[in-house]
Design a protein around this ligand. Structure first.
Ligand code: URA
Ligand code: URA
Length: 273
């Protein structure tokens, strides 16, 4: 069991002791055993593998300096009960097969106006999965997630915590662009979530970072405000999940930069454990 998991279970124990439970303690009992990925070394940190190096002081990456403490536990979404005879064909798909399915998906009205579906991109063995809301104009044009202005900011944020963009996996709640960049509607989210569930299930990251209210609400099945979901370590099917502002929201409101910096450093610390 990874240290992050052990730490998280300690939080759950504390919540249970405080009478706020019952929360599931032994997620490992309901989940498939973790693989070599669990023990895998951190991503290649050679200078060549890091397009943008975070400034370091006395050899320490700057994000570690004055990083906020790990916050208390939040919402717990338990793992699904295992179904050995699952009839869901997606359950057998790898990321590439999943992307192929997504590109031809017609399960909701968003397929009608898309140029390209945007399945997501990154490492299949990523330690961190980032989840946004849905593709915008640039993403629809290119078929790639977070490549517009918000995407550039996201790339910079990742670099600031010493995670080159190509070491993580980036995707969205809905895989096709909602017309005019409106928020995805609930039935569109419902139709698309099975792809996100499978992506997370396949990658089995150490940490999930939900970017903005849509991702947080969809993954944690809540209508709580983003402000109240931040600064907690939630559990999504046994994986620690941290919520922060959407980079597009940061472009509109620079006041959210400091809290976002705190949130991503919390996620970064959970990755180290
Ligand atoms: N905003 C999102 O939520 N996702 C993207 O891929 C791009 C912008
Ligand atoms: N509210 C949201 O839903 N998302 C943000 O990123 C900020 C405020």
């Amino acid at each position: 069991m990874s240290d992050a998991r052990r730490l998280f279970e300690r939080y759950l124990a504390q919540r249970n002791a405080a009478g706020e439970g019952p929360f599931i303690m032994d997620v490992s009992a309901t989940m498939p055993p973790r693989t070599a990925q669990d023990e895998a070394p951190m991503p290649d940190r050679s200078p060549d593998a890091r397009p943008v190096r975070a400034r370091s002081r006395a050899g320490k990456p700057s994000w570690k300096k004055d990083a906020p403490p790990i916050p208390p536990a939040g919402i717990v979404i338990p793992p699904p009960s295992s179904d050995l005879f699952s009839s869901d064909p997606l359950a057998q798909c790898d990321l590439e097969q999943l992307a192929t399915t997504i590109r031809t998906c017609t399960d909701c009205r968003l397929c009608e106006e898309r140029t390209h579906a945007v399945p997501g991109e990154g490492r299949g063995d990523a330690n961190l999965v980032l989840v946004g809301e849905g593709p915008g104009a640039r993403e629809d044009e290119t078929g790639r997630p977070f490549v517009g202005r918000a995407g550039e900011l996201l790339t910079d944020i990742l670099a600031s915590i010493d995670l080159p963009r190509d070491t993580v996996f980036i995707c969205n709640v809905v895989k096709c662009r909602p017309p005019g960049n409106r928020k995805p509607q609930q039935d569109e989210i419902d139709a698309c979530m099975r792809y996100l569930y499978r992506q997370i299930d396949y990658i089995r990251p150490k940490v999930i970072l939900a970017l903005g209210g849509t991702a947080a609400e969809a993954l944690l099945q809540t209508r709580q405000s983003l402000g109240s979901l931040r600064n907690r370590v939630h559990s999504f099917r046994g994986t620690p999940l941290v919520v922060t502002y959407h980079p597009a929201a940061l472009l509109r409101n620079p006041h959210w930069k400091k809290p976002t910096w705190d949130d991503v450093r919390i996620a970064r610390q959970l990755l180290e454990q």
